[in-house]
Design a protein around this ligand. Structure first.
Ligand SMILES: [Fe+2]
Ligand SMILES: [Fe+2]
Length: 198
C-alpha cells in the first residue's frame, strides 16, 4: 500500500513526466503518456501487489522508465543508461532516500527486452513485465510508432511490430505470460494473417 506522503511524491513525478510527454520535443507524441506510461504504471501496480514487491519503487520506476527518451530523442538508443541518471536527479531533488533511489535506478536500467540485463530484484522484474505487457496490450501505439513516426510500409511495419511483440513476450515472467496469453495469441494471429495474405 502507498501512504499519503508517498502518493504526493508519485503524483509529483507523474506530473513531471506527463508535462514532458506533452512537449513538442517529445517525438513519441502525447500517446506515450496515455497509451504507454500510464499502462505500464497500471500493470506495475497489479504485479507489485501480486508478487509482494515494493509498490512505490515499481510505480516510480514505471513513471520514469522512458523519461530520458521522452525528454531528448538523442537519448532514446541508450535510454536505459540515461534514464537512471535522470531519475536520480529528480528523486534527489525531491528528497527521496538514496537507497530507494538506487532501487528505482536498477529497475530502469534493466527494463528493456532488447538489452539483456540481469534483473536483480522483484521490483525490476515487475517493471520489465509491465513494460512488455503494455506493448502487448497497446498494439495501436506500436502501429503509430512504425507507420507514423518511422514511416514504414505495411509489411515492413507489421514485421517490426511482430518482432517487438515476440521480444516482449519472451521477456515476460511465467506469471505475466499467463496474464497476457489470450491477448498475445489474438494479436499475433492477426499480424501473421496480414503477412500471409500479403
Ligand atoms: Fe524503454
Ligand atoms: Fe516503455
Amino acid at each position: 500500500m502507498i501512504t499519503i506522503q508517498e502518493r504526493s511524491l508519485v503524483n509529483e513525478i507523474a506530473s513531471i513526466v506527463r508535462d514532458a510527454c506533452a512537449r513538442e520535443t517529445n517525438i513519441f507524441g502525447y500517446g506515450m503518456w496515455t497509451h504507454h506510461i500510464m499502462e505500464v504504471v497500471r500493470y506495475s501496480r497489479v504485479l507489485a501487489r501480486l508478487c509482494g514487491a515494493d509498490e512505490e519503487i515499481v510505480v516510480l520506476a514505471a513513471l520514469l522508465h522512458d523519461y530520458a527518451a521522452v525528454k531528448d530523442e538523442a537519448l532514446y538508443a541508450d535510454h536505459h543508461v540515461h534514464g537512471p541518471r535522470e531519475a536520480e536527479k529528480l528523486l534527489m531533488s525531491l528528497g527521496y532516500p538514496p537507497e530507494r533511489i538506487e532501487a528505482v535506478k536498477h529497475c530502469i536500467a534493466a527494463h528493456r527486452a532488447s538489452v539483456p540485463t540481469r534483473r536483480q530484484t522483484l521490483e525490476a522484474q515487475c517493471l520489465a513485465d509491465a513494460d512488455a505487457m503494455a506493448h502487448i496490450a497497446q498494439v495501436p501505439s506500436l502501429m503509430r510508432m512504425v507507420f507514423v513516426e518511422r514511416g514504414l510500409g505495411i509489411d515492413e511495419g507489421t514485421r517490426w511490430v511482430r518482432a517487438k511483440l515476440e521480444r516482449s513476450w519472451k521477456k515476460l515472467s511465467p506469471l505475466a505470460q499467463e496474464m497476457m496469453r489470450d491477448k498475445y495469441c489474438a494479436v499475433l494471429k492477426t499480424l501473421n494473417c496480414d503477412l500471409d495474405a500479403a
